[in-house]
Ligand binder design. Structure first.
Ligand code: ADP
Ligand code: MG
Length: 296
């Protein structure tokens, strides 16, 4: 637990762009104390811990364990199983909390998209249930693995239509979003003529039109150019609510996620906090390679 604390502390401190010195001043301790905490050589008293959680704007639980507290549970997947020709999902349990940033990992064909489709309601599980503690029509946004775009529309027409459906429409908002996602030059281009990367950016734009409690992204960066990928990950960092992303961008998982969930042989083989993995001196890629290979 304390191992997690030390890496959480340095991660959260850097996210807040505070130097050890600056944080120390706010807590009325020496910089050396902060440095010792981050190296696991000493632990702060409870009053300092509480002050730390306040300064870093996180729950104490999250600071200590890297996991969110139970109060803001937003969704629960309970004992889900699904068979197509073969059994894909055997017994899936997954709880999602407010502000979770979950990377859902697993080999091709392991059932990641099927889990997501079950959460969204596109796939009906054979057994088990999904409990959503929010309004799916208002608070759920999805970027599917396959783009669902109306090919015959122009980019601006599509964004206009999507904002109208989601009750977010204003001409300035449409213009802003198109600019932000670097589709200005394609604004009057018919969607069937866009490049793969442009289509992916448009699909992403559409999934981010409304603030959602839960945002699900299924391999969002596949087919994007490097510049769009950078833009995407920075954008994601500023999205409120919880995020579940299926991705193989391992370098990014280290920076943007709080939890990794590994799907293997039809079950959740691992569900760990990124902070705990880092505290163990592993990158997510190393962790994935070890755990996805292990038998069982
Ligand atoms: N609608 C479907 N009908 C039949 N088989 C399906 C269907 N959807 C997925 N599958 C099968 O289920 C398995 C898991 O698929 P999927 O969830 O897409 O995996 P992943 O997203 O992890 O690559 C694959 O073997 C796939 O062929
Ligand atoms: Mg998939």
């Amino acid at each position: 637990m304390k191992n997690v604390f030390k890496s959480q502390l340095s991660l959260l401190r850097q996210k807040k762009r505070l130097s050890q010195e600056a944080l120390a001043q706010k807590l009325y301790v020496s910089r050396q104390s902060v440095s010792k905490w981050e190296h696991g050589e000493a632990e702060p008293d409870i009053d300092k811990l509480i002050a730390l959680a306040e300064i870093l704007a996180v729950d104490l639980d999250f600071l200590l364990s890297g996991q969110q507290s139970n109060d803001d549970l937003i969704m629960q997947v309970q004992k889900i199983s699904k068979k197509f020709k073969k059994t894909v999902l055997k017994d899936i349990n997954l709880s999602v909390y407010g502000r979770d940033r979950i990377a859902l990992l697993g080999a091709n064909g392991s059932g990641k998209t099927t889990i997501v489709n079950t959460i969204v309601g596109l796939v009906k599980p054979d057994n088990g249930q999904v409990k959503r503690f929010f309004n799916p029509s208002a608070d759920l946004s999805v970027m599917p693995q396959k783009n669902v775009l109306i090919e015959s529309l122009k980019v601006r027409e599509h964004v206009t239509l999507s904002t109208q459906i989601q009750r977010q429409y204003s001409p300035t908002f449409v213009t802003e979003m198109i600019k932000k996602f670097n589709l200005n030059e394609q604004s009057q281009v018919i969607i069937s003529q866009l490049s793969g990367g442009q289509r992916r950016r448009l699909a992403l734009l559409i999934s981010l039109l409304k603030p959602a409690k839960l945002l699900i992204l299924d391999e969002p960066t596949v087919g994007m150019d490097l510049e769009s990928i950078d833009f995407f990950w920075h954008y994601l960092d500023h999205v409120g609510g919880s995020v579940i992303t299926i991705t193989h961008d391992f370098n990014q998982i280290d920076h943007y996620f709080t939890r990794v969930v590994l799907l293997k042989d039809g079950v959740i083989a691992k569900d760990e906090s990124v902070a705990a993995i880092h505290a163990n001196n592993q990158t997510i890629e190393q962790w994935y390679r070890v755990n996805n290979q292990a038998v069982g």
